[in-house]
Design a protein around this ligand. Structure first.
Ligand code: ARG
Length: 445
């Protein structure tokens, strides 16, 4: 029994059935009247299934048997002719591909929306110096937009991965029958074309056994989950009273039932937590596929629930995260005030010495000594007097203070891909183009 979960494939099964009816007609296996009656009944069934007028019954094993019953109820024994030249094995493989190719476009649209919200926040923070962290320690100042766009880059790769996936998923198994193909004069290429696939499968055995498209989708979904979890984790941190980089909108945070002051970043935490579920879906399918002999085995029925779960999860989480990002307030003053904490401008002093011909190794050592002195005395780098500078290194002349500004430090990092606002603005413009093309690809631009 799988109808309780595979019923959602009904519209795709009916689409494939219509294509199959037409191919049987072209092969002379259904006459003009028969094909018309079947196509009308299938359209009627589609309508009724959509409105819940036709529903799977307790005795229906799966979506295919339920829909065959519906067809037989409408056209009688004639409906039985549709079974010619196909099997549930090639049907289910076709249905799942159709379902996924459709839903991947919905997922891409939701990713593009999230990218757009991150880009809108980036636009507002393109000139906002912020602490840049490595090892969760202050490292070098960046502009906050640079960090937000780093997440957009990851999501843009996710979309590109799904687009690559789509090229490989664009293969129609229909016509493979149970495993060996058909002796009837069917036209798998025509059916493939009608269903929007690039081509028909080259090997009927492979066509009914192959679930690479599902596994590959689940990997892409798991990686989207991982990316959402990394963004979620950052938002959780940013919203703490220790960081106070952002404030989340009330609609995207929840209170505590006991502590009246609490504002918990639940959406960010769920984004982090759902990654576990998506990785689980991938693991579940790979485990089913491992060691499975060709061709079809009923084990393959276990492909669907992980796929549906991953689709449902992404379609739920992506809009929630988009809303959270769209409504979050970034505290640019606090970001700027803390951007130079932790002697984050030390590299700038060292690089200034390098520009003056000092070997980086020596510069690193001198600035390291300067930082240690400041840490011991509780001073900022700019507060050290001239004599102390000179005592640490002859290269530490008073004018090194010129590079001790966060704005100067971010401006200076103007190499391609760097955090200089002008570079970040270019990056943002490129990403806007990319996201526009993603929406066009998904058919929603
Ligand atoms: N419900 C089955 C599945 O999901 C359809 C294919 C069953 N085919 C068979 N010969 N038992 O995989």
């Amino acid at each position: 029994m799988s109808v309780h979960f595979d019923w959602r494939l009904a519209p795709y099964d009916l689409l494939a059935s219509r294509a199959h009816a037409r191919v049987l007609h072209r092969a002379g296996l259904l006459d003009d009247t028969e094909v018309e009656r079947i196509l009308t009944a299938l359209a009627d069934l589609d309508h009724d299934a959509h409105n819940g007028v036709f529903r799977p019954a307790a005795e229906d094993e799966d979506v295919h048997t339920a829909l065959e019953r519906g067809l037989l109820e409408r056209v009688g024994a004639l409906g039985g002719k549709l079974r010619a030249g196909r099997s549930r094995n090639d049907q289910i493989a076709t249905d799942l591909r159709l379902y996924l190719r459709d839903h991947v476009r919905q997922i891409v649209t939701r990713i593009a929306e999230l990218e757009s919200e991150l880009m809108a926040q980036a636009e507002r923070t393109i000139e906002a110096p912020a602490p840049g962290l490595t090892h969760m320690q202050h490292a070098q100042p960046i502009v906050f937009a640079h960090q937000l766009l780093a997440h957009v880059q990851a999501f843009a790769r996710d979309v590109s991965r799904l687009q690559d996936w789509d090229v490989r998923a664009s293969v129609s198994p229909l016509g493979s029958g149970a495993l060996a193909g058909s002796s009837l004069p069917l036209d798998p290429d025509a059916v493939a074309k009608e269903l929007g696939f690039a081509r028909a499968a080259a090997n009927s055995l492979d066509a009914v056994s192959d679930r690479d498209f599902a596994a590959e989708f689940l990997f892409a979904a798991a990686l989207i989950g991982v990316h959402l979890s990394r963004l979620g984790e950052e938002v959780v941190l940013w919203a703490t009273s220790e960081f106070r980089w952002v404030e989340l909108d009330d609609a995207f945070s929840t209170g505590s039932s006991i502590m009246p002051q609490k504002k918990n970043p639940d959406v960010a935490e769920l984004a982090r937590g759902k990654a576990g579920r998506l990785i689980g879906d991938l693991t579940a399918l790979l485990t089913v596929l491992k060691g499975l002999p060709l061709a079809y085995d009923r084990d393959l029925q276990e492909d669907k629930e992980p796929v549906f779960d991953a689709v449902d999860t992404l379609l739920l989480v992506l809009p929630a995260v988009s809303g959270m990002i769209a409504t979050m307030t970034v505290d640019v003053d606090r970001l700027e005030a803390t951007a130079a904490d932790g002697y984050a401008l030390a590299t700038d002093v060292a690089e200034l010495l390098v520009r003056r011909g000092v070997p980086f190794r020596d510069a690193h050592e001198a600035v390291g000594e300067l930082v240690a002195y400041c840490a011991a005395k509780g001073l900022d780098l700019s507060e050290v007097d001239d004599d102390t500078l000179a005592a640490i290194s002859e290269h530490l002349t008073p004018d090194v203070r010129g590079v001790l500004s966060v704005r100067g430090a971010v401006e200076a990092r103007s190499a391609p891909g760097g955090t200089a606002p002008a570079r970040v603005a270019e990056q943002l413009a490129d990403l806007r183009d990319t996201v526009h093309r993603q929406l066009e690809w998904a058919g929603t631009a």
